[in-house]
Design a protein around this ligand. Structure first.
Ligand code: NAI
Ligand code: MG
Length: 354
């Protein structure tokens, strides 16, 4: 298979972890006889410095033409005083919107060797392996009107969805469940919200196309409780923008290590944007201590979701698992690893394992 991948290293630790993930993709290509070509483009603060804007037109075009995009992180103190249109994070928001990424996928998996890193009791968190599919471009965050009235005595936000927007995110939820353990929790607030009632209708309709997937409707408040009392209960969760924002942050603390978490942002075709959940970590940039595993696991998601390369994706996840099981870890992991290594060493361990 021949594929082209745009690399957007960005700022802070972004370049180091992106390089790590790209080298893993190279190794996978060699192991499985694929050809991946890489094109590096500027985004965020790096693009502001080089081209005067956080998302140069040239970067957006390269992303649109690519088969997949791998991003590090953007932002840092250097650009904090800039006006809103010259802020690094603006580049990322413009990119997501510009190429129409409406589905955000955040898997959370606890590694057996890292159970002590979790703020939850090991017996509760052990075996957790879930995926949150969040609608990213509609709902309460984008609905209009959103305004103050009567000198601020009245205020309005709007939860707006087109049925077609619900259909396409629910479809991604079912497809994701098919790639996993075939259990889908659709999370809403249907006891209160009309939009949630339509959401349920759409899920019930779509479920006819996926008879193998077991579907459950759950209310968002009880889901929030269940995520910390019984996280192993879940396989795939699909939900509206605001609910997904909150639940995915809640779920991200289960593993106790921000540096380990990958994410994907998808649209209907194969093009997707893959990035670790963490930011640019300016406090540790340039020190060779950043955890590259969030970026490396994002590369595994890229193989699975954009290229349909399931075996290849599994091989990356298995390699990471094996390295962690051997007791290697980076300094950010809360429970001190048996062998603490830096970014480059961790990456070469994964490459050797592959
Ligand atoms: P952050 O995720 O960059 O850092 C939070 C803490 O976790 C820091 O102590 C950092 O050293 C540590 N950390 C993060 N990733 C790590 C890794 N891979 N290995 C080891 N330690 C790691 O979040 P923070 O500090 O709130 O934001 C820093 C900058 O990143 C800001 O400019 C922010 O806007 C930006 N940011 C960018 C995101 C993106 O590009 N998607 C997401 C979140 C923040
Ligand atoms: Mg958030």
């Amino acid at each position: 298979m021949h594929k082209s991948i745009v690399l957007l290293p960005g700022d802070g630790i972004g370049p180091a972890v992106t390089e790590a993930a790209a080298s893993v993709l190279q190794q996978v290509a060699a192991n499985f006889s694929h050809t991946f070509t890489f094109h590096t483009r500027a985004i965020g603060g790096a693009a502001i410095d080089a081209a005067g804007e956080p998302l140069p037109a040239e970067t957006l075009q390269a992303c649109e033409e690519a088969d997949a995009i791998l991003l590090g992180a953007v932002g840092g103190p250097k650009w904090e005083q800039h006006p809103p249109h010259l802020r690094p994070e603006k580049g990322l928001l413009q990119l997501r919107k510009g190429i129409g990424l409406f589905a955000n996928l955040r898997p959370v998996k606890t590694f057996p060797s890292l159970l002590d890193s979790s703020p939850l009791k090991p017996e509760i968190v052990a075996g957790s392996d879930l995926l949150i599919v969040r609608e990213l471009t509609g709902g309460l965050y984008f609905g209009l009107p959103s305004e103050r009235r009567d000198n601020g005595q009245t205020v309005v936000d709007t939860l707006h969805y087109e049925r077609s927007e619900i259909e396409r995110i629910v479809e991604i939820g079912f497809q994701s469940a098919m790639l996993r353990n075939k259990r889908l929790a659709s999370v809403d607030k249907a006891n209160v919200l009309e939009s949630s009632k339509v959401w349920r209708e759409v899920v019930d309709e779509k479920s006819k196309d996926y008879p193998e997937v077991t579907v459950e409707h759950m209310l968002v408040d009880s889901t929030a409780m269940k995520l910390i009392t019984n996280p192993t209960y879940f396989d795939v969760i699909v939900t509206e923008n605001l609910f997904g924002d909150i639940l995915s942050d809640e779920a991200s603390v289960l593993t106790g290590s921000l540096g380990l978490l990958p994410s994907a942002s998808l649209r209907k075709d194969e093009l997707g944007l893959y990035e670790p959940v963490h930011g640019s970590a300016p406090d540790i940039a340039g020190k060779d201590i950043a955890n590259p595993l969030g970026a490396i696991l994002s590369a595994a998601m890229l193989l699975r979701y954009s290229f349909g390369l399931e075996k290849e994706a599994d091989s990356v996840e298995a390699a990471v698992d094996a390295i962690l099981t051997k007791g290697y870890g980076t300094a950010d992991m809360q429970a001190a690893p048996a062998f603490t290594v830096g970014t480059e060493k961790m990456t070469s361990l994964v490459l050797e394992q592959l």
